[in-house]
Design a protein around this ligand. Structure first.
Ligand SMILES: Cc1cc2nc3c(=O)[nH]c(=O)nc-3n(C[C@H](O)[C@H](O)[C@H](O)COP(=O)(O)OP(=O)(O)OC[C@H]3O[C@@H](n4cnc5c(N)ncnc54)[C@H](O)[C@@H]3O)c2cc1C
Length: 386
């Protein structure tokens, strides 16, 4: 006899796990999560920098954070599992009037949507907050105290464990290799562990989402893009209480991690593809930007063997795709987070569960994040992509 489930979720990363929990929260417990790796978190979730922020430019991203960050703040109590949330803030450091105008416009939008913890800072306040910054060209900043970091692996485990307590199942080491369709849409999935009958499938396959889309004849504009992170050796010249600091002049950013720092920079020459090797040449590129804004980083030590790379899952407008695929009944998408899938995992779980169980969600305008926007030319442009 073949297996069956009310909902099958393909991909057991942070997004699939959050969707599973939110479905059980809505009363749907016959959920099966299928993960091809023998352990969860081997996709992008385990590679993430763990940053969470509400300082975005678009209403959709701000609203998703307004659901997600309070969720992280109360995660430990609610899930009886640690999220690792540290509300140390994100500091966007401006070094031109153009940056300031841009931060002010975003600030006004964020406040209008209900964010209470964001403020614009004068140059002196910025230096007081992070005295190690090179001050000569700094003209101000935007700071939000409830932005910060989480432990993505722990959040994923917490979601999956609590979903399992309510009956959700997780298959590990099992790959989805086909999706069966009939006249009403999805009829089941084929896996390396046999067939599963279901009328509802969620694509939560991260950077591999387009392959899963193809199995259901859905063309998904989601491309993998390598992203590299460089941890430093222990470094005591910058406080462990420091916020995530973003130098808007170059895009270089860093946050405290362990006894050192975790550094990131978006290399504009990176090209799409499934590249997950760390390129040692990146170290010089990132350190050049790092030292330019934070001169004391000249003394920092870096061990290239501790650096790593993972995949962003990019869409043409840097926004997620959530909702029903229009041509295939029962095939839901939760894809294309463009580097924001950890921070938006709570909202994504809630929106996807709402759409499956109630056909609508009040967290965001779901019409804006549906896949139809690409064919209809309704692209959303998020310019605060790190
Ligand atoms: C270096 C780096 C830094 C990042 N920093 C941040 C950050 O600071 N903040 C933030 O919010 N986001 C960040 N991100 C992005 C974030 O990690 C992702 O958006 C998020 O993890 C996506 O979660 P997911 O569950 O959709 O994908 P994944 O974690 O990749 O999970 C998808 C799963 O699907 C499985 N799968 C694929 N195909 C199949 C199949 N056929 N059958 C069964 N299983 C399958 C994969 O094995 C994988 O485990 C970062 C990403 C990287 C790489």
């Amino acid at each position: 006899m073949s297996e069956s489930a009310d909902v099958v979720i393909i991909g057991g990363g942070i997004v699939g796990s959050s969707i599973a929990w939110h479905l059980t929260e809505g009363g749907c417990n016959n959920v099966l999560v299928i993960e091809r790796e023998t352990q969860q978190g081997k996709g992008s979730t385990g590679k993430s920098m763990g940053g969470v922020r509400a300082q975005f430019a678009t209403e959709v991203n701000i609203r998703m954070s307004l659901y997600s960050i309070p969720f992280f703040r109360t995660f430990d109590e609610r899930m009886d599992y640690p999220s690792g949330y540290r509300g140390q803030g994100y500091l966007f450091v401006a070094s031109s009037e153009r940056h300031i105008e841009y931060l002010r416009a975003n600030f006004e939008r964020q406040v209008a949507l209900g964010l209470k913890t964001v403020q614009l800072l004068a140059a002196d306040d910025v230096i007081r907050m992070v005295p190690q910054l090179r001050p000569d060209d700094i003209v101000g900043a935007s700071f939000c105290s409830t932005d910060g970091f989480v432990d993505p692996y722990s959040v994923m485990n917490g979601f999956m464990l609590r979903a399992s307590d309510r009956g959700a199942r997780l298959w590990r080491g099992v790959e989805v290799i086909g999706i069966d369709l009939d006249a009403s849409g999805v009829a089941g999935v084929r896996t390396t562990n046999g067939d599963v009958t279901t009328r509802t499938v969620v694509n939560a396959a991260g950077a591999w989402a387009a392959h899963i889309g193809k199995l259901a004849a859905v063309d998904l504009p989601v491309e993998p893009l390598r992203r590299m992170l460089v941890p430093t050796e222990p470094f005591n010249k910058i406080s462990q209480k420091s916020p995530m600091v973003i130098d808007m002049a170059t895009g270089f950013h860093f946050r405290p991690e362990g006894l050192g720092l975790l550094m990131a920079w978006n290399d504009p020459n990176e090209t799409p593809g499934y590249k997950t090797n760390f390129d040692p040449a990146f170290i010089e590129k990132i350190l050049t930007r790092a030292v330019s804004r934070v001169p004391c980083l000249e003394e920092v030590e870096v061990n290239p063997r501790r650096a790593w790379a993972g995949l962003y899952e990019m869409t043409p407008d840097h926004h997620c795709i959530i909702g029903l695929a229009p041509a295939v009944g029962g095939f839901y998408l939760a894809n294309g987070f463009s580097g924001h899938g950890v921070m938006h995992s709570p909202a994504t779980g809630r929106i996807t569960a709402d759409l499956i169980l109630k056909g609508k969600s009040d967290i965001v305008d779901t019409n804006a994040i549906g896949i139809e926007r690409f064919a209809q030319g309704r692209l959303l442009e998020e310019s605060v992509v790190l």
